[in-house]
Design a protein around this ligand. Sequence first.
Ligand SMILES: N[C@@H](CCC[C@H](N)C(=O)O)C(=O)O
Length: 284
Amino acid sequence: MAAPAKARRGLAFTKMHGIGNDFVLIDCRAAPLPLDAVAIRALGDRHRGVGFDQLLTIEPARDGSCAFAYGIWNSDGTPALQCGNGVRCVAAWLHRDGALPAGPLRLEGPAGPVAVERLDDGRIRVDMGEPRFAPAAVPLAVDAESDTYLLELDGETIALGAVSMGNPHAVIEVADAAAAPVARIGPRIAQAPLFPRDCNVGFAELRGRAAIGLRVWERGAGETLACGSGACAAVAVLRRRGRVDAAVRVTLPGGELDIHWTGPGASLWMTGPTAFVFDGELTP
Ligand SMILES: N[C@@H](CCC[C@H](N)C(=O)O)C(=O)O
């Protein structure tokens, strides 16, 4: 005899990841997220909670040109404006739910609309919009825009590029990403007065005109196995300096992303995989 079906009492969620950048996704199309910043932080705890780098919500769109909206919270409970790996997971979740048609679909993110498309090989391609380098857009506390800014940290001068992919990024070129002092200087650069709203900090190793290695210290989450918007930011900064071609493969600790940006005036595209881990239910 089959066991009686358990009554569902809790809040359903799905655990997913995009090349190791992991997420809890919650369907909020029928009811708003019943969790505040304290509860999100507790849920994000890898020992006492479910654990994630970001929590993502799927919501009804307010912008009539978009099919759905999504929200993003870092594991420390702070809201975020963009999440490249996350938006691919939202698209894959919508595909599993039968809500992603063939062809592109517009989603309303906290930083504005993005277009997503599922490719025949299952990867998701995202139009991340045009990288914005203007200091006010990042935001960055400087008087004039440049492709390199100098930051003094304990007598050390750090040269960095800065760009908004919807969220703020600093990008530092390093000789060896594996040996980069991500945990030591990542959080200090992220919180430097130069970045009034903090930033995500990428350490990018140029491996040729079409390949870079990258590690990222994420605002609100620490070092992650991958940061999608960080990969976009690294290519944008290096392309602006003329160091890479339009198509670049970015290798992060958790896997690879393909980024394509022809240059100013054009959208930057990100393509990469997603994975479902498990479905769960949060009981009160
Ligand atoms: N993991 C993300 C970025 C998430 C948000 C970021 N930590 C912020 O606060 O801006 C990605 O894949 O882009």
